[in-house]
Design a protein around this ligand. Structure first.
Ligand code: DGY
Length: 321
């Protein structure tokens, strides 16, 4: 195999960079900070492969800056809305992502948000940190139990189904709704009901969003969708911020049209709608769905394996189709 030029645009955990470096000529930007667009453009010039994370926007400009030798863009994430896949395709550049390896970590976080919101854990933790006197109280910080309630999974792909499995283990009923039919074995195993989006919104106590961000899913959860939800229901989003209309969510919370929300993602990260920041009925996390040591190393490894495969003339392991 001849040596190719691989550019890794931000710091990666584990041994992924070492493994690439053993075979190829690697330019490694071993930093967490965002480089300027000009710096990115000069770094990528002449690259055969790029390894990028969610902070990097891979658009036509960047692809042109890389030049005609570019063969693969390996995104270290399962979502790839940061990559202009059509522009890559037009230039014959393969795009890969990292499905599978982050399913459990993200589902764990989605269900953690379900519990945080329904049991008011953020609020409870903040109370203790104030240092104010508190004691066991019959009516102190009462939440609601999830057992016997219904979770609606919007987008029953791998992460949605893994979240549903966790919900089942906590005694919840499961509704599923998505553009494509969920895996029938999983549906049977979960004892789930596949329904339309409106029915899911109307019947769920928890609506958990797991759809990828596409033009069709942008603002899928808008004012109309929120109005369909029960006023006792909560919304959880660990997918992509723009799937939820954040201004409409704030309005729904303010009007008491839904009971709370748990968010790991935002429309315009890292900006968070100011109407969310002061509310005790929302839990706000900084996009950490896949943030475990093991998961991030596995994501970096899978991205490296994809690069090694494409540069070695083989099929990528996890191409974006
Ligand atoms: C993904 O992989 O799409 C996650 O959002 C990254 O944490």
């Amino acid at each position: 195999m001849s040596t190719s030029r691989v550019v890794v645009l931000s710091r990666l955990p584990g041994t992924a960079v070492e493994r690439l470096d053993a075979v190829h000529d690697v330019t490694y930007r071993d930093e967490d900070t965002r480089p300027s667009r000009d710096d990115v453009h000069s770094l990528v010039a002449g690259a055969d492969a790029l390894v990028v994370t969610l902070g990097e926007r891979v658009d036509a400009e960047l692809l042109d800056a890389a030049g005609p030798g570019l063969r693969v863009v390996a995104n270290v994430a399962v979502g790839y809305d940061n990559v202009d896949v059509d522009a890559c395709r037009e230039r014959g550049v393969v795009v890969t992502n990292t499905p599978g390896v982050l399913t459990d970590a993200t589902a764990d976080l989605a269900f953690a948000l379900v519990l945080m919101v329904t049991r008011r854990l953020g609020e409870a933790e903040r109370l203790v940190r104030t240092g104010r006197p508190w004691g066991w109280g019959m009516f102190q910080l009462l939440g609601v139990s999830v057992q016997g309630r219904t979770i609606g999974i919007l987008g029953p792909g791998a992460i949605g189904l893994a979240t549903a499995r966790r919900a089942r283990a906590f005694g919840m009923e499961v509704l599923l709704s998505g553009r494509s039919e969920p895996d029938p074995t999983a549906v049977a195993e979960l004892g789930a009901e596949v329904v339309g989006t409106d029915a899911l919104l109307e019947r769920s106590d928890v609506v958990s969003v797991h759809t990828p961000l596409t033009p069709a899913t942008r603002h899928l959860v808008d004012a109309t969708a929120l109005a369909r939800m029960r006023d006792t229901a909560v919304l959880v989003n660990t997918a992509r911020g723009p799937v939820v209309d954040e201004a409409a969510l704030v309005a729904a919370l303010e009007a008491g049209r839904i009971a709370g929300a748990g968010l790991d993602v935002y429309e315009d990260e890292p900006h968070v709608h100011p109407g969310l920041l002061g509310r005790d009925d929302v839990v706000l996390l900084p996009h950490i769905g896949s943030a475990t040591v093991e998961t991030r190393a596995a994501m970096a490894d899978l991205a490296a394996d994809n690069v090694l495969a494409v540069l070695g003339g083989e099929d990528p392991l996890t191409p974006v189709r």
